[in-house]
Structures are given as structure tokens and as C-alpha cells.
Design a protein around this ligand. Structure first.
Ligand code: AMP
Length: 478
């Protein structure tokens, strides 16, 4: 049985509480202050006392909510009793294990843990695949209290006897839903079988699917459920629209909405890598500064693309779903679903890139006649009836005239490069961009920012019946 500490229907925002009200050591509070955090995020305010209390936790929270500090700070606090200046590796056994689905998330968690532990003697390190295993082995052999790892590489280290997990007291399964999506369940089961039974286990997941519940039932003991948003819910601060368009008119619809809403930046999601590259080129030709983020680019190209977007040099970032996870972009005003996602849960993740932690956001999904079933899947997941509105173009003229070939080559491609039914197995193993956005200018946490980044002239409930004058509702045409 799980015990809920929050009403899932409660509003997302909780009154901000200060870290100093927590039973945390001065060394940790100093590290938090060094980070510039003043008040706790909702997940932190709820989870930290429970973790300090020694309870298992099932946390419903996405990246961007401050969940890393929500588990790291109380675990570091509990581990302070093991702090030692001894150089002996035997005095620094792994006490806390954090498992993450992607190397970028693992790296990001490790950077946070290091920052929070910087005034303590507790050691931490991160191991993930795709890079030389030897330096990782050396670090593990020297002893670390907190080990952050992706499952596959951790098993390599266990098999090579680079680390022993028999003194682990705390386990965190971060983005557990993503780990199951990628197919890490057997690896997780093996790793968990190496761990002592008596331990505290924390599981964080954006959604609580039946599989996640089964995982929790098997590995958590009497967990407390902590939620900061309704289950499988889309953030209440996101204004969601579904517009019916033809494939040929999608790009024009995006251009017109960007102009009407004066959107400074937006993420545009597509279902295929090929679609992303072509669409980005087409938007460039339309005069919108655009870049694409997908697996066919070199690592260097992708880092440059992401950087340019973070610096605000690029207005549109066309991305496949790999970019949807973990990309923490403060104040991103809008997300477009250029293609309706094959997997309804991806809808929740995609639109979670906007309207973060209380800020206002806009999500626009372009729906063609072929997408009815996929929209139905989304309705079932978020338990809301979605109204599909007709899109009113500014010039009111559908594009019927023959186009120049180079003007529409993105649309001649099939929208998807693999059939929906194969998608579940073909989860992109391309986590490069699951890394956080570091805001460059404003130091104010997004959940404290009162003013929405874009003037949302009128928020439409998705339950409102379709209106004729959509252009007017969206702030255009008077
Ligand atoms: P996370 O969900 O853990 O990936 O955190 C998202 C972002 O919020 C990270 O950049 C954190 O450094 C930042 N953050 C976490 N907690 C706070 C806080 N209490 N105040 C301000 N920023 C925070």
C-alpha cells in the first residue's frame, strides 16, 4: 500500500519554504546557498522531510522540478555520519547508488551531487558507457560514497569487481519510466539483486504507469507517494491547443503563430530525424533562425545547435523526442507538436518543456486527419476531452497553388520514418541532449518568477468548444 501525502488534484504551486527550515547540516545549507537557491521547489518541500525520515519514496516529478536536490540533499545529510578524512578506500564504500537512464542525466545528477557535497568529505563519482572504463575503475577503487551510474556500465564495473555494492544503504531510481522505456528492466533487476535488502529506495518517474507501479511494488517498502502534479497530467500552466491542418499547411501555421504570439523561442517536435533536418532547413528558408537537434548530426554539431538555442541566437529548435527528456529550458514560451507523437506519454514530456514550475507556456499540436487515433491516445492518458480547433490562416487562403520544389521538400517526405507499432522497441538511444539548460542571465528560479515570459492574452481551456475566430483568440487580428 502506498500512502499519499498530497492531493493529486491540488494546485502545482506550494507556498515557497526556505531551506533553512530543514534539518540539514550547515555544510549542506552553505552549498545550497552557493547555488543561489533560496526557497525550495514543491517536490523538495514535500520529499526532503520524508527522505530524512527514512521512508521509501515514489516521486512523480520530471526533470526541471528540482527533484535532484530533493533526493540528494537528504541522502547526503544521512551519509554525513560516514564522513571521513581517511584515504583508505575501505573507509569509502558506496553508500548511495543513483541509477539514471542516460549518460547526460547521470552526468547532470553527478554535477549536482558534487555541488551539494562540496563542503563535506563525502566523495561522489559517475560512471556511464561510451567512454574509457579505466579511469572510472580507478576512481571506484579509490572509494566513493555516492555512485551515479547508468545500468549497463555499472554492471560492467560490478563484473570487473571494480566496486562492491554490499554496503549500499540508499538507492535512487531516477527517471524510472525512461529506464523501462529503454529496456533496462533486466539490468535493474540484476543490479538490485546485488544490493542489501535493508536499504532506503527512492523512485522518481514522470509518469506512474502500471509497469512503474509493479517495479515499485517489487523494490520499495511501504513507499510514500509524493506528487507535484496530477498523475500523467500536463502542467496546468500550459495553454494547450490542437489545430486541425493539412500536412502541407503545418509550416505556415507554425510561422503564423510564432508571429502572432511574438514567440521569442520555441521547440518544434517532429517524429523523425529526417523530418527534423528538412523542416529546420525549410524554416531557415522562411527566414526563421532555426536549428535541428537529432541523432544524425555529429556530437559537435549537436552541442553547437543546443548552445546556439540556449544563448537565444536561434529562434526555433526542431527536435525529435530524444530532446524532450531532461532538457531544462527556463521560460521556454512555446512547444509545437509538428507531428502528433506516436506515444501519448511523449506528449506529456514534450509539452513539459514549457510552462515549467509555474511559468506560463503555450503548446500547439498540429493534427491532420490521419492523427485521430493518436489524439485519442493522448485524451485517454491525460483524461481530458480535447477539442480540435480549425486553424485560421491570416490570409484565409489554403495553399493550393503548386509550390517550387525546394520550398516544400520537407513535406514530400513521409512524416514518419518508421511505423507506429515498431516505435516502442525503437526508443532512440540518443541521449546526448538530455542535459539541462543553464540559464545565462536571470538568476531567479523559474518557480519564483511571477510574470509569464510571453503575454498570454487569453488562456483557453482545452475543454472549451472550438471557436471560429481562432486568430482573434490567439491575440491576432484584433
Ligand atoms: P532538476 O529537476 O533536479 O534537474 O533541477 C532543475 C534545475 O533547477 C537545475 O538547474 C537545478 O540546479 C535547479 N534547482 C534545483 N532546486 C532549486 C531551487 N530550490 N531553487 C532554484 N533552482 C533550483
Amino acid at each position: 500500500m502506498t500512502e499519499a501525502v498530497s492531493d493529486p488534484a491540488a494546485p502545482v504551486a506550494a507556498p515557497p519554504a526556505r531551506f533553512a527550515t530543514l534539518a540539514l547540516d550547515a555544510k549542506l545549507l552553505r552549498a545550497v546557498a552557493d547555488q543561489g537557491y533560496e526557497t525550495m521547489t514543491p517536490i523538495q518541500a514535500k520529499a526532503i522531510p520524508i527522505v530524512l525520515d527514512g521512508r521509501d519514496v515514489m516521486g512523480a516529478a520530471q526533470t526541471g522540478t528540482g527533484k535532484t536536490a530533493a533526493f540528494s540533499l537528504p541522502l547526503l545529510q544521512k551519509m554525513l555520519r560516514h564522513e571521513t578524512a581517511s584515504m583508505s578506500p575501505a573507509r569509502h564504500p558506496v553508500r548511495a547508488l543513483v541509477l539514471a537512464p542516460t549518460r547526460e542525466l547521470a552526468d547532470q545528477v553527478a554535477a549536482n551531487v558534487k555541488a551539494y557535497a562540496k563542503h563535506t568529505l563525502l566523495r561522489s563519482t559517475v560512471v556511464f558507457g561510451g567512454i574509457d572504463i579505466k579511469p572510472q575503475a580507478a576512481e571506484l577503487k579509490a572509494g566513493v560514497e555516492v555512485l551515479i551510474a547508468t545500468p549497463g556500465r555499472l554492471l560492467d564495473h560490478i563484473e570487473s569487481k571494480n566496486c562492491s555494492l554490499n554496503q549500499v544503504e540508499y538507492v535512487v531510481l531516477d527517471e524510472a519510466d525512461r529506464m523501462l522505456d529503454i529496456g533496462f528492466l533486466p539490468d535493474l533487476q540484476r543490479i538490485l539483486s546485488y544490493l542489501p535488502q535493508a536499504r532506503q529506495t527512492l523512485l522518481f518517474s514522470a509518469t506512474f504507469s502500471p509497469e512503474i507501479r509493479r517495479l515499485a511494488q517489487s523494490y520499495l517498502q511501504d513507499p510514500v507517494t509524493v506528487e507535484v502534479a496530477q498523475r500523467n497530467a500536463t502542467a496546468s500552466t500550459v495553454e494547450q491547443h490542437f489545430f486541425s491542418v493539412t500536412e502541407d499547411d503545418k509550416r505556415k501555421a507554425v510561422r503564423q503563430l510564432v508571429a502572432r504570439r511574438e514567440l521569442s523561442q520555441a521547440l518544434v517536435f517532429v517524429n523523425s530525424k529526417l523530418g527534423a533536418a528538412r523542416l529546420a532547413r525549410a524554416f531557415e528558408r522562411d527566414g526563421l533562425k532555426t536549428t535541428a537537434l537529432h541523432g544524425d548530426k555529429s556530437q559537435d554539431e549537436r552541442l553547437k545547435a543546443l548552445d546556439a538555442f540556449k544563448r537565444g541566437e536561434v529562434q526555433l529548435l526542431v527536435a525529435t523526442d530524444v530532446a524532450a527528456r531532461g532538457l531544462d529550458i527556463v521560460d521556454l514560451p512555446a512547444v509545437f507538436n509538428y507531428d502528433v507523437p506516436f506515444n501519448a506519454e511523449d506528449y506529456v514530456h514534450r509539452i513539459g518543456r514549457t510552462g515549467r514550475a509555474g511559468a506560463a507556456g503555450l503548446s500547439v499540436t498540429l493534427v491532420t486527419r490521419d492523427d485521430t487515433r493518436l489524439v485519442g491516445d493522448i485524451e485517454r492518458l491525460i483524461k481530458k476531452k480535447l477539442e480540435i480547433e480549425p486553424f485560421e490562416f491570416d490570409d484565409e487562403r489554403p495553399r493550393r497553388a503548386p509550390r517550387r520544389r525546394d520550398d516544400d521538400d520537407d513535406r514530400r517526405e513521409p512524416a514518419y520514418d518508421r511505423p507506429p507499432e515498431r516505435r516502442a522497441q525503437a526508443v532512440p538511444a540518443d541521449p546526448l541532449f538530455d542535459q539541462p539548460y543553464e540559464p545565462s542571465s536571470s538568476g531567479t528560479p523559474q518557480w519564483e518568477q511571477k510574470a509569464p515570459p510571453q503575454p498570454i492574452r487569453r488562456a483557453l481551456s482545452p475543454n472549451i468548444k472550438p471557436k471560429r475566430k481562432v486568430a482573434a483568440l490567439l491575440g491576432g487580428g484584433g
